[in-house]
Design a protein around this ligand. Structure first.
Ligand code: BDR
Ligand code: CA
Length: 325
């Protein structure tokens, strides 16, 4: 697979391409220290077909039609269907982009299934591969079932999902991405793979307001206008559902940023599991059976240098949105 020797991180984003996933795409494309080698698509904010379509359209809008997009699984491992939650429709809109119209993509998805691509990339890129899932962990769990070696081959994984010290956002204790497929998340946490969990503990500390989106609109590019409109829609949804935050949470771009620069967060080493039954289904919590294991496989982000992240974020977004017409 494509991948250079430039020393840049070789990034694969795994997205349920809604509004903050769209920001993660722009963030990585605007990062001089990263090369976006592919996007694997999942369901969540939208159905998987819409996630593919949005990812193709957004990479073209941002002037990067060379980025391959792969279709992933359309529902959780333990279920046989998927429907977008009504609360998600209010946050991301029916089209996943706040009803903003982005031109139809000129190209189609690569025919390789996402899980196969992840296995191939793990073998071919190894330690240079930085994998950033910002939706349900179904594709990654499917890749691990196909080839458990993936757990030790991938260089770095920073995922957006879960909550350890904060309440959930779809139930009292479950965060949306983990709650879509708790079995998949549990398999990932128990696989031995080293992951950094970038959950609500930190993403609710990194916020954007209309002051920043106005700067993107002022760039005078189609991408700047589309992103400003999309994120204003998202800020409006947050003003209704979580007015105490005073802005919208930068969930998915924070995971991408931590993948590229782990020093942005302070972490706690924990062997995590996911509750699979009862009223706490979908909760991320320490695994009591591995409490005394000397080795911890998950680093849970509990603190974030929000100011430094926001500086990186505005600089990289400005670079990605300012390019083009
Ligand atoms: C996560 O859920 C999705 O709606 C967002 O894109 C983000 O990845 C936040 O809980
Ligand atoms: Ca997401």
């Amino acid at each position: 697979m494509a991948g250079n020797e430039s020393g840049k991180a070789q990034v694969i984003l795994d997205l349920d391409t809604g509004i903050d996933d769209a920001m993660a795409i722009a963030y990585v494309l605007g990062s001089p220290d990263a090369e976006l080698v592919g996007i694997t698509c999942t369901y969540g904010n939208v159905e998987v077909g819409r996630s593919v379509r949005n990812s193709l359209a957004l990479t073209e809008l941002l002037g990067h039609p060379e980025v391959p997009v792969y279709r992933g699984l359309g529902h959780a491992l333990a279920s046989d269907g998927f429907e977008v939650l009504p609360s998600t429709l209010r946050i991301h809109g029916v089209n996943g982009m706040g009803e903003v119209e982005v031109p139809e993509p000129m190209r189609e998805a690569d025919p390789t299934p996402a899980a196969d691509l992840i296995v191939r990339a793990a073998h071919e890129l190894g330690p240079r591969l930085v994998y950033v899932p910002t939706g349900p962990l179904t594709n990654l769990a499917a890749a691990l079932r196909r080839d458990p070696e993936v757990a030790r081959l991938i260089g770095r994984v920073a995922l957006m999902g879960g909550a350890l010290t904060q309440p959930g956002n779809v139930s009292a204790c479950a965060e949306a991405n983990v709650s879509q497929d708790p079995e998949a998340a549990d398999e990932v946490f128990r696989s031995g793979m080293r992951v950094t969990m970038v959950g609500l503990d930190v993403t609710h500390q990194t916020l954007l307001t209309r002051e920043e989106t106005a700067r993107w609109r002022a760039l005078g590019t189609a991408a700047g206008r589309a992103y400003a409109d999309m994120i204003d829609y998202y800020i409006g949804a947050y003003a209704e559902s979580a007015p105490q935050l005073g802005g919208c949470a930068l969930h998915d771009p924070l995971a991408a940023a931590v993948a590229l620069d782990p020093s942005l967060v302070r972490t706690l080493p924990v062997n995590l599991k996911v509750d699979l039954a009862g009223p706490t289904r979908g909760r991320t919590i320490g695994d009591e059976t591995r409490l005394n294991d000397p080795e911890k496989t998950c680093a849970v982000a509990l603190g974030v240098d929000s100011e430094r992240f926001l500086g990186h974020f505005m600089e990289r977004m400005g670079r990605a949105l300012g390019a083009g017409e």
